[in-house]
Design a binder for this molecule. Structure first.
Ligand code: GLU
Length: 441
């Protein structure tokens, strides 16, 4: 069934390996549901979701500190606004291509549907490498990007936010440029600073939400976070906030990592160690010389998966965890995997874990906390009433628990939960109903 479906998808898509991987993984799970509902089959829901509504491509021209003209390519993939305005992050990375953004926008449609909030799916970004760039260069790049993008976004149209290498600083520069260009204060971005309309807890939300989701998965197995040895990859916003929350809840976080190696603490990283990692990242420095007081050592060229964790949380980037690494986890007795990054496992790594019966929560469910709090930011901006950090935290916990129950309900089979199946089906049902009910548009 999946092969027949894929054979009808536009030829360009097959040459986009990340998009193809994401599509194939969803198609396998949801086509039986589409087939079983004539109104969904007739509307060709999945085929429509596989074709983004619109892909905008921009040339971004800016001047570097040396006075030289720099040229980058940026895109915004507006995948579907069937359940709400387009919504998803912006990523700055030299590896960003249309393929990457198409896969991320496709996944975002499903993730956003799972939050229960009225959010469509989109993703954007640029092949811009912020490493080594000055603050002034980052600002000029953000302004140049917004000059291109401003007329295509807006609170009812498309609401970008952050993603890899786009945090509060970049959103600040993008928002500054947006309000100047649009002559309005409309909330066309989320992840804003607290002094100009941002939400409490937006920075922490993805990482905290991931740990709340993991707590639900463990509760299913009759366990808690206490004493669990947790390996986390990455050292960005998601990884470090997940580490902080896991430590607060009694977990032993044994790793964080960068592209050059892994910081390993056999007795667990302290909150001070996590702060040290955040400071190194902000300064654009490596983690290879940790102070001895941190009780951690740096292992060049090692991945976190080599340190025999009970729980593995890939929080770096797509396809970071390969089949060999999954094998290593299975042999070490890892009991649970939850994705802080989007599609961090290769297909064969995911298949191996499934064969070994190791539960794995896909990013579209486990990392939905970030976009969920973005959704809360949009409603706070619309109503002009702002929630306290405690209120947002409670709402976030509630949303993650609700996502877990919906996914568990759809994914329960033979006494186990297939989280990927559950997430795909739960999200698909919502999207399919909205698309079928709104006619052929
Ligand atoms: N980039 C984040 C994600 O992958 C957040 C998107 C948003 O807040 O719009 O879900």
């Amino acid at each position: 069934m999946t092969d027949t479906f894929l054979s009808k998808i536009d030829g360009d898509a097959a040459a986009q390996p990340n998009f193809w991987q994401a599509l194939e993984e969803v198609a396998r799970d949801v086509l039986p549901i589409e087939k079983a509902h004539s109104e969904f089959a007739k509307a060709r829901v999945l085929h429509r979701l596989a074709e983004p509504d619109r892909i905008l491509s921009f040339r971004v021209v800016w001047e570097d500190d040396a006075g030289d003209v720099q040229i980058n390519r940026a895109w915004r993939v507006q995948a579907s606004n069937a359940i709400g305005p387009y919504k998803g992050g912006l990523r700055f990375h030299p590896d960003v291509t249309v393929d990457t953004l198409k896969f991320l926008a496709f996944e975002q449609c499903f993730k956003n549907a799972l939050t229960g909030l009225p959010l469509g799916g989109a993703k954007g970004g640029a092949n811009f490498d912020p490493r080594g760039r000055s603050n002034a260069e980052i600002m000029r790049f953000c302004q140049a990007l917004m000059r291109q993008m401003a007329r295509f976004i807006g609170p009812d149209l498309d609401v970008p936010a952050g993603d890899i290498n786009v945090g509060t600083r970049e959103i600040g520069y993008l928002f500054g440029a947006w309000r100047q260009l649009s002559d309005s204060y409309a909330a066309a971005l989320t992840g804003k600073g607290l002094s100009y309309g941002g939400s409490q807890m937006r920075i922490e939300a993805t990482g905290y939400g991931l740990i709340y989701f993991v707590a639900c998965m463990l509760a299913e197995q009759g366990k808690g976070l206490d004493g669990q040895r947790i390996a986390i990859s990455g050292r960005g916003n998601v990884a470090t906030h997940a580490a902080g929350k896991a430590i607060d809840l009694g977990g032993t976080v044994i790793t964080l990592s960068s592209t050059s190696g892994t910081l390993y603490a056999p007795d667990g990283l302290t909150k001070e160690a996590v702060e040290w990692v955040q400071e190194r990242k902000a300064a654009g420095e490596e983690m290879n010389a940790p102070p001895t007081s941190l009780g951690a050592s740096f292992h060049a060229d090692k991945t976190p998966w080599e340190f025999e964790p009970d729980i593995a949380l890939p929080c770096a980037t797509q396809n970071e965890l390969t089949r060999d690494m999954a094998c290593m986890l299975a042999e070490a007795g890892t009991q649970l995997v939850a994705e802080g990054a989007n599609m961090p496992l290769t297909s064969d790594a995911a298949a191996l874990l499934a064969r070994k019966g190791i539960p794995r929560a896909p990013g579209k469910a486990a990392n939905a906390g970030g976009v969920a709090v973005s959704g809360l930011e949009i409603s706070q901006n619309a109503h002009g009433r702002y929630l306290s950090a405690d209120e947002v935290d409670r709402a976030l916990k509630d949303i993650m628990q609700t996502i877990h129950s919906r996914v568990a309900e759809e994914g329960r089979k033979d006494g186990q939960i297939d989280y990927q199946l559950g997430a795909n089906i739960a999200a698909y049902r919502k999207l399919a109903k909205a698309i079928a009910e709104q006619g052929i548009v």
